[in-house]
Design a protein around this ligand. Structure first.
Ligand code: FES
Length: 119
């Protein structure tokens, strides 16, 4: 049986360099803040956690709440609808009522630009 590697993954498991999309300047997203941006195929919530940027899908897995309108506390984002929480580094659920993780995206900073790799 032949196993097919997802197209968005390079052989190393990391996103290919050419796939990153610029979504903001570093100065656009202060520490502790979230900005929502569209990238090919998704809307993402970009989070500044003490100077390090993370991006997760802007859709709560509980009932499609807009996570980018929620609170960012440390490395957790809280859904504004019913209070589910997710780790923005991994997408893992950290508080009910959600039970399914959200997608976390690869992020890099190049020349003051925050870039996200669509998956
Ligand atoms: S929609 Fe996010 S907690 Fe319900």
């Amino acid at each position: 049986m032949k196993i097919r590697r997802p197209r968005w993954r390079a052989a190393t498991g990391a996103a290919r360099l050419s796939e990153f999309v610029t979504v903001a300047r570093v100065s656009d997203i202060p520490p502790g803040q979230i900005r929502v941006k569209d990238i090919p195929g998704a809307r993402v919530a970009i989070c500044n956690v003490e100077g390090t940027f993370y991006a997760v899908e802007d859709r709560c897995t509980h009932d499609d709440g807009p996570l980018g309108e929620g609170l960012l506390e440390g490395d957790e984002i809280e859904c504004p609808r019913h209070g589910a929480r997710f780790n923005v580094k991994t997408g893992d659920v950290t508080c009910l009522p959600a039970v399914v993780p959200i997608r976390a995206y690869d992020v890099r900073v190049v020349g003051g630009d925050v870039q996200v790799a669509p998956k």
